[in-house]
Design a protein around this ligand. Structure first.
Ligand code: GUN
Ligand code: FE
Length: 456
């Protein structure tokens, strides 16, 4: 994506990636395999011998490289519950399905099984960067960070902070305990001396935190300059609960809006990732824009647990940086591609509800949100999310299904649900992928130049 609305097609183009840094160091247009070997490689001063330079190519017409997806909001701990939500809405969903599962991951062998699978699964769907919520458990949260590093997935890792609202068996005992356990996880990751996996301060959401805890986490964010993630204005009963729990006398805010609670605690910074934002008021959206906080749009989740339809065009119009989140398992799928098509459909509902054609998002726009937009949300603007010199090679090789004359698919190829007949334009092929694609189309995935997934 070059802009929100423009997808650039680099036909017959070679991209040179340094294996040591994982960075894109040259982009050469009009470059076939022969030219790559005989001109580009020597020009870069590389030895073109078979062991020092690896040359990958796409199958013309039905394969392409695409930037890796950025999932700006998901709960690694909730993966075993994907698809299990019945007719619940946020607050009863948390109590019925979510808290019991999260609490059970204090069993480290269970956490290892779940987290290993989540990383494998999201990588197989092309998620090269994930902003994860773990659980309140320190050891299991640190394990998630370690596994991401081992498997090579770029990630933000958040230990969940909550000192109220949850069941007795799943709560931090005090704001102090919540803070010190958060610091333990931050230190654990920082001691690894790398920047692929980063810590993120994670107050679950206002109703699950005392104001004292929110303020302590706001102070920690200020001291450490770390990113922060939380939920905001997802569900109408949740908003009523926030008004009840955080009267202005308690927060010192000038109004009783949800966004003002975070602002009063010092949490509404430019490093804040706010998930959902379905029912934000004009005042709140303006405040979020002013503070340069980011929004993670989670359309699959917002439909699944009946939260509502977020007005993405309206948020973008205010200059707010927006990315996509699967919000697994509020959302039932670990796939950002699935979130992208839900973003398209939800935007149609917003358009129909408000009789406003402008609200509709295009294929190009949701792909931007899933890549470059997401990079801006998680603080990686200019590092990932596109193919530009200086950016890191976080990428996926996508393969579509080529239908042969007899109506069969090309031998040995699995295009999943995406059939290409050969007469489609590239724009049409991309649209077919967005609406019908899945992990069968994600053939290979790289993070920082390292191959982290290959479909067998
Ligand atoms: N609000 C507080 N916790 C959660 C959660 O785990 N998922 C979602 N979707 N919303 C929340
Ligand atoms: Fe969530």
């Amino acid at each position: 994506s070059t802009t929100l609305t423009t997808l650039e097609y680099l036909h017959n183009t070679a991209i040179a990636v340094s294996a040591s840094t994982g960075k894109i160091i040259a982009i050469e247009p009009e470059c076939d395999l022969h030219k790559a070997k005989t001109i580009l490689v020597p020009k870069l001063g590389w030895d073109s011998g078979p062991t020092s330079v690896e040359i990958l190519s796409t199958q013309k017409d039905y394969q392409f490289f695409f930037p890796g997806f950025i999932d700006t909001h998901l709960h690694a701990s909730q993966y075993p519950n994907v698809g299990i939500f019945g007719n619940s809405t946020l607050l009863d969903w948390l109590n019925t399905y979510t808290f019991p599962l999260e609490a059970s991951l204090s069993d480290i062998s269970k956490a290892k099984r779940v987290y290993s699978r989540v990383i494998k699964k999201t990588l197989s769907h092309g998620t090269t960067t994930a902003a994860y919520y773990a659980t309140i458990d320190v050891t299991a949260t640190n394990l998630l960070a370690e596994l991401c590093l081992e498997r090579g997935q770029r990630a933000l890792i958040g230990r969940v902070c909550m000192d109220q609202l949850g069941p007795e068996y799943y709560l931090d005992e005090s704001p102090e305990e919540s803070l010190s356990k958060t610091k333990e996880c931050v230190d654990f990751i920082r001691e690894k001396k790398q920047d692929l996996v980063r810590p993120v301060i994670t107050p679950r959401f206002a109703p699950a935190c005392s104001f004292d805890l929110l303020k302590k986490l706001g102070d920690l964010a200020k001291e450490t300059d770390l990113p922060i993630q939380t939920h905001i204005s997802e569900n109408k009963n949740e908003i009523l609960l926030v008004k009840e729990l955080f009267p202005m006398e308690k927060t010192g805010a000038k109004d009783d809006s949800y966004a003002s609670v975070y602002d009063a605690a010092g949490l509404l910074t430019e490093k804040m990732i706010l998930a959902h934002g379905v029912h934000l008021t004009e005042f709140e959206a303006d405040l979020i824009a002013e503070r340069k906080s980011k929004v993670s749009h989670c359309p699959c989740s917002n439909s699944a647990i009946t939260s509502g339809a977020a007005k993405v065009r309206w948020l973008l119009g205010k200059g707010i940086v927006v990315g996509l989140g699967t919000d697994m398992s509020g959302g039932y799928s670990p796939s950002v591609l699935e979130a992208a098509r839900h973003a398209v459909l939800v935007s149609r509902h917003v358009a129909m509800g408000g009789d406003d054609e402008v609200a509709k998002l295009s294929v190009e726009e949701v792909l931007y949100l899933g890549t470059k937009g997401g990079a801006g949300v998680v603080g990686l603007e200019g590092t990932v999310g596109g193919f530009e010199v200086g950016m890191e090679w976080d990428a996926q090789l996508i393969g579509l299904g080529r239908v042969e004359d007899g109506g069969e698919e090309e031998e040995g190829e699995d295009g999943g649900n995406v059939d290409v007949f050969g007469w489609e334009s590239w724009q049409e092929k991309i649209a077919k992928w967005v609406y019908n694609g899945d992990d069968r189309n994600t053939k290979k995935v790289w993070v920082r130049g390292r191959l982290v997934h290959e479909r067998k």
